[in-house]
Design a protein around this ligand. Structure first.
Ligand code: CA
Length: 224
């Protein structure tokens, strides 16, 4: 075998290996990228060749052969394939907060292809996803606390809201909030007293919100 031929074979081995590695590597850098793998970015479902519109957006964000992370809020907010749904909505990470290596967000069964205009999600599931992303129970602050702490939550539409505090045994200690609220962000202070206006003991407490179908609880610590 001539030196030139050997060199050409070695070079083609490295080039093809590098392309294969970078393809698999990049699919692992988008949320739920394993569902469509190479077809997320390439017209040919087996990969290689022309990139689809999503692949072009990815290509614009990485250096040739580079392994940098590129999934972010701005890529999530694009509708690369023009099917009326953002890349983030198609990949179950509407706000683009997922990062490489984290568990896949959302439901992989609902994931559609961000580079294929014929593959798009059910509008109802997108609406649910957007709404549920906007309900939030924030961490109380300060925590641990003495003598009082603030608890805030967000709701995307008018809801009947209850925000209750329980002790570690699950016994209700205090109803902090109970009523109808329009969409918005709210903050309430808990002064460490129960429903009878008696100081509670130091320890771990649980605050729990219920707003429509949204329920969430978190822990806080009262120090004395
Ligand atoms: Ca699509």
């Amino acid at each position: 075998m001539s030196k030139a031929l050997k060199a050409a074979l070695i070079l083609s081995f490295f080039v093809s290996t590098t392309i294969l590695i970078s393809r698999g590597f990049r699919a692992s850098k988008i949320p739920n990228g394993n569902k469509f793998d190479c077809a997320n970015c390439h017209v040919n479902p087996n990969g290689g060749g022309a990139r689809n519109a999503f692949g072009q957006a990815v290509g614009a964000r990485v250096s040739p052969g580079g392994f940098e992370d590129f999934w972010d809020e701005s890529l999530a907010n694009l509708d690369s394939d023009g099917d009326g749904f953002t890349n983030g909505q198609e990949l179950q990470d509407p706000s683009g907060t997922w990062r490489t290596g984290q568990p896949n967000p959302g439901d992989i069964n609902l994931v559609t292809n961000p580079g294929d205009p014929n593959s798009k999600p059910d509008p109802t599931s997108v609406e649910d996803m957007i709404l549920s992303a906007k309900y939030e129970l924030h961490n109380n602050y300060p925590n641990p606390f003495n003598p009082s702490t603030r608890i805030s939550f967000a709701i995307p539409r008018n809801e009947f809201v209850t925000l209750k505090i329980y002790n570690i045994k699950g016994q209700e200690v205090k109803t902090l909030v109970r009523g109808n609220f329009p969409a918005g962000v709210y903050q309430f202070e808990w002064n460490g007293k129960d429903d009878n206006n008696v100081d509670v003991a130091a320890g771990v407490y649980i605050y729990s919100i219920s707003a429509g179908h949204f329920n969430k609880s978190a822990r806080m610590i009262l120090l004395k």
